[in-house]
Design a protein around this ligand. Structure first.
Ligand code: THU
Length: 134
């Protein structure tokens, strides 16, 4: 799947973002090695800390549907913002080589790996082989 297709999926799901407090809508589209795409948007809550980010919503959707290995995730925001630290950590659980495609709604695109976004990551899963990395 082309990066551009994944970005389109992220941009589409961004429209579902529930962000009445921050007004900052985020859409994510996570590509599994199966070829399936799992989308997520941020879902805020009146109890602010309970809100979930788009990236982690997408990871939860994928893992709960049986997929644990990923090639890439596209994240779309108005200004091309990068994933927060918590989302970087959650992505790292499933692979430091996952490509992170960061796009703005105006079409500015940057590509990193999780490894680049989270240097010297804490990776317990790597040590005990308990998670998902080959
Ligand atoms: N947000 C995400 O969905 N992903 C990130 O990586 C950064 C932040 C959301 C959380 C909150 O709903 C809004 O953006 C503003 O922080």
């Amino acid at each position: 799947m082309e990066d551009s297709e994944l970005i389109i999926e992220a941009a589409q799901v961004r429209e579902y973002a529930y962000a009445p407090y921050s007004k900052y809508k985020v859409g994510a589209a996570l590509l599994g090695i199966s070829g399936r795409v799992y989308t997520g948007c941020n879902v805020e809550n009146g109890v602010y800390p309970l809100g979930i980010c788009a990236e982690r919503a997408a990871v939860a959707k994928a893992v709960s549907e049986g997929e644990r290995q990923f090639e890439a995730i596209a994240v779309v925001t108005e200004d091309g913002g990068t994933p927060c630290g918590a989302c970087r950590q959650v992505l790292s659980e499933f692979g430091l080589d996952i490509r992170v495609i960061i796009a703005s709604t105006s079409g500015h695109i940057r590509v990193f790996t999780v490894r680049e976004l989270l240097p010297e990551a804490f990776t317990l899963a790597l040590r005990d082989d308990g998670a998902c990395r080959p």
